[in-house]
Design a protein around this ligand. Structure first.
Ligand SMILES: NC(=O)c1ccc[n+]([C@@H]2O[C@H](COP(=O)([O-])OP(=O)(O)OC[C@H]3O[C@@H](n4cnc5c(N)ncnc54)[C@H](OP(=O)(O)O)[C@@H]3O)[C@@H](O)[C@H]2O)c1
Length: 101
């Protein structure tokens, strides 16, 4: 794997599931990590859990469907850690439509 030691990663949707596991893996490799989700309590819980892995991790309450929120997330990451080197857009949504066939 390429070196991520000292790099800053912003990972969206990481207060649970795949994103949370990814944030933990990045921290173990020496990255600084900003995690983001909508629910403040889940975010605080995830931040507390991840801080036991490594100290350079912060939660920012963010709804990735809101463009201004995403801009604020990136600005927050730069203000906190000085740069954004890696962006992991883990949050996704899909719209399912009934088949027309
Ligand atoms: N698990 C699978 O087998 C699988 C398979 C294929 C694809 N995926 C995709 O991989 C991604 C992660 O899956 P997962 O299973 O780890 O999901 P998950 O456990 O449901 O976690 C989703 C995370 O995203 C956050 N989130 C959801 N909507 C958000 C929004 N609008 N803005 C910011 N944060 C948001 C949630 O926190 P809040 O609710 O607090 O915002 C939570 O931290 C999803 O996009 C999913 O569609 C998963």
């Amino acid at each position: 794997m390429f070196a991520i030691n000292g790099k800053t990663a912003v990972i969206t949707g990481d207060t649970s599931g795949i994103g949370l596991a990814t944030a933990e893996a990045f921290l173990k490799k020496g990255a600084k990590v900003v995690i983001a989700g909508r629910n403040a309590q889940r975010g605080a819980d995830a931040e507390g859990r991840l801080k036991r892995v490594a100290p350079d991790i912060v939660f920012r309450q963010t709804d990735t469907s809101d463009e201004d929120d995403v801009k604020a997330l990136i600005n927050f990451a730069v203000e906190t850690f000085g740069s954004v080197d890696i962006m992991f857009n883990n949050v996704a949504s899909a719209a399912w439509h009934p088949s027309t066939r």
